[in-house]
Design a protein around this ligand. Structure first.
Ligand code: ATP
Ligand code: ZN
Length: 304
């Protein structure tokens, strides 16, 4: 398949995605959602070796968490905050008049206690901190959620609202570091079996501003973030369909998470971008999943 500017129209035309009028916000058609769910089940089977505890958090997060975690310092441009109306009837009439006139009505809105989840793992750290010291061997938690990032784009791989299935490992530094290395290799194997010849590469998060450039350089130099890349848009480099991040003691320090021996815990997470994996499969094998290679269909559907 082709360049970004032909991929999106082709996906819409095939009923894989549905336009909503806002860039990066789509309805998912039956074949798209079927592939996504089948991949998610396949990934769940592959992740089973970790015997992770499954927890599902909603796609909103207490505002306090992103205030405390450093997210607003690093990614103010991506964060989505939830506002609502808390005024009286007069204020309501003013708000409606502004809406009617097509004018800015944001002054009528008040910030609520929740924000949109930027990554599925964010609720995990304060939850684990609230449980007291970690058990021996640490904890591994499976989370999955719709995530929001304010990055409107015509690239179908850069959505504003998308799903991430993650495993989060929290424990002693050496265990967590070894876990990250292990999952970079396993990730390549899992994706490779679906015909996605992904490559792994050190990467950095899109930190904001001048200070952010230093954080990004540091992250890359220390190889704290790996992305598994596959072609989606052929115009550029591969797109990250899976990420494996090592946060060192960042979340352990922020939330005071301690190992059984009392040291500050380290953490890492691996995450599949479910829409991006689906897009990578469609680009690799064609827009009609019924005609995909037998070996790929067997992995995902159990029959060719
Ligand atoms: P990118 O560098 O492309 O912005 P990222 O490295 O910031 O992505 P992570 O924060 O590591 O991404 O998120 C985990 C996974 O979520 C990524 O590997 C990717 O598959 C997926 N993802 C991230 N941003 C988007 C997006 N805007 N639309 C769809 N999927 C995304
Ligand atoms: Zn994460």
């Amino acid at each position: 398949m082709a360049l970004d500017d032909t991929l999106l129209p082709a996906l819409l035309e095939a009923g894989l995605l549905h336009d909503t009028g806002v860039r990066g916000v789509y309805g998912r058609g039956t074949p798209f959602e079927d592939v996504l769910q089948r991949f998610d089940q396949y990934a769940t089977r592959e992740l089973a070796e970790e015997s992770a505890e499954l927890i599902r958090f909603p796609p909103v997060l207490p505002r306090r968490i992103i205030e405390r975690s450093g997210y607003l310092k690093s990614f103010p441009h991506l964060a989505g905050t939830v506002f609502s109306y808390t005024g009286d009837e007069r204020g309501h009439a003013e708000m409606l008049a502004n809406v009617e006139a097509g004018e800015d009505w944001s002054a009528s809105q008040t910030m609520t206690d929740v924000v949109l989840v930027p990554a599925a793992c964010y609720p995990v750290y304060p939850h684990v901190a609230g449980c007291g010291a970690l058990p021996a061997g640490g904890r591994t938690i499976d989370v999955s959620s719709y995530c929001f990032r304010h990055e409107p784009s015509d690239d179908p791989a850069r959505m504003q609202s998308f799903r991430m299935h993650e495993l989060v490992r929290i424990g002693a530094p050496a265990d967590v570091e070894a876990w990250q290395r292990h999952w970079i290799e396993r990730g390549l194997e899992i994706l490779g079996r679906l015909g996605l010849a992904a490559e792994s590469a050190p990467a950095n998060d899109p930190f904001f501003g001048r200070g952010g450039r230093m954080l990004a350089a540091n992250q890359r130099a220390q190889e704290l973030k790996f992305e598994l890349l596959a072609p989606i848009a052929q115009s550029g480099e591969g797109t990250a369909i899976m990420s494996v991040n090592y946060h060192q003691d960042h979340f352990g320090s922020v939330y005071d998470i301690r190992t059984v021996t009392g040291e500050v815990a380290h953490s890492a997470c691996l995450g599949f971008g479910l829409e991006r994996v689906t897009l990578a499969l469609l680009v690799r094998h064609g827009l009609d999943p019924a005609r995909w290679p037998d070996e790929v269909r067997r992995e995902l559907w159990g029959t060719a």
